[in-house]
Design a protein around this ligand. Structure first.
Ligand code: F6P
Length: 357
């Protein structure tokens, strides 16, 4: 009998259920005797042994379902070695529960923070396999994460809807897209939605360049402008600040987010009407798009195969159109940022899109 533990950690996204279903289907199809233990609400479930034994019925009908049937939460890696609110040693508790249940392997679905803890557990001797989830697409070692394409669809829909209103009113519209550290989602949704200006964390902007683009469009007779702004977009001036000083500046800012600061600056300098739309967590919600359903199922199927072959310590990822296994130690702690000199950024610029740089 093989006993497999499974958990989802960090922010949710589309296709988490599809991926778990993929793992379980792949394991059950082998015909081996397998028990699946689902830990509830992320690493918290493993720490507190809040666990449920799952069977085939739990995974039936969930391919198209958003969210996660196991629930999720954030357990920050930076405090993983500190005791939790009940004084529990988190790492020791996770290991103890893993051995107590007689698990052969732990399947962890998550993003960057989740992978750091997964790698630590692997280094501590647990058999771990991970799957790359996040709408941010910022995990090192994989060209794609599941959730990303679904979020691109939703953010693009938001920009599409704003487009008609912006054109009718001749206004400047900012659509704030998720992504505090990276701009993959903003870039892709921005290009798909025909944004005129795209501001991402990796390419600090100059507000005067942003305004020049608005003016240039105006002179050409296009009296509206769509700006796709990542949550973590940063001005050239702010990019010069130390992390600590920038954090302090944000804490004191009268604006709820960078988009409102940009809107106020444009309004002040040009007198134009600017509106901000924030689709927010809608971007992580709803049914996964067909791409994500297929992609997450493929990743899950490969994870199942690795478990059957007893190959552990890997993230199942996607490189050069192939499903691959990447050592966890190579993934943990690294961010896959957008390269300001990448071909997609150059092509966007050739299309006339401004990055405000
Ligand atoms: O990591 C995914 C993500 O959706 C980011 O794009 C976003 O900045 C963050 O999570 C929001 O986190 P929370 O759900 O905790 O507000």
């Amino acid at each position: 009998m093989r006993r497999i533990g499974m958990l989802t950690s960090g922010g949710d996204c589309q296709a988490l259920n599809a991926a778990m279903r993929g793992v379980v289907k792949s394991l059950f199809t082998s015909g081996e005797a397998i028990e699946i233990y689902g830990f509830l609400d992320g690493y918290k479930g493993l720490i507190n042994c809040n666990v449920r034994m799952l069977d085939g019925r739990d995974f039936s009908g969930i391919l198209t379902k958003g969210g996660t049937i196991l629930g999720t939460s954030r357990t920050p890696f930076k405090t993983i070695t500190e005791p939790d609110e009940n004084g529990v040693d988190k790492i020791a508790a996770m290991k103890q529960n893993y051995y107590k249940l007689g698990l052969e392997c732990l399947v962890v679905l998550g993003g960057n923070g989740t992978h750091k803890t997964a790698n630590l557990l692997s280094e501590e001797g647990l058999n771990v396999i991970t799957l790359p989830k996040t709408i941010d697409n910022d995990l090192w070692g994989t060209d794609m994460t599941f959730g990303f394409q679904s979020a691109v669809n939703i953010a693009t829909d938001a920009i599409d809807c704003i487009h008609t209103t912006a054109a009718s009113h001749g206004r400047v519209f900012i659509v704030e897209v998720m992504g505090h550290k990276v701009g993959w989602l903003t870039l892709n949704a921005g290009m798909a939605g025909g944004a005129d200006i795209i501001l991402v964390p990796e390419i600090p902007y100059d507000i005067n360049k942003v305004i020049s683009k608005i003016d240039e469009r105006d002179k050409r007779g296009s009296h509206f402008t769509i700006i796709a702004v990542a949550e973590g977009a940063i001005s050239k001036e702010d990019a010069k600040l130390s992390k600590k000083d920038y954090k302090e500046k944000l804490a004191k800012s009268p604006y709820p987010s960078v988009s409102y600061e940009i809107a106020a600056a444009i309004q002040k300098k040009t007198g134009r009407e600017v509106r901000v739309t924030v689709p927010g967590h809608m971007q992580r919600g709803g049914s996964p798009c067909p791409y994500d359903r297929v992609f997450a199922s493929r990743l899950g199927a490969e994870a199942g195969r690795l478990i059957l072959e007893e190959k552990y310590g890997f993230m199942v990822g996607y490189k050069n159109r192939e499903i691959v296994k990447v050592p966890l130690k190579d993934v943990a702690g690294k961010l896959k940022s957008l390269d300001a000199n990448s071909s997609i950024v150059k092509e966007a610029k050739w299309l006339g899109i401004s990055f405000g740089d």
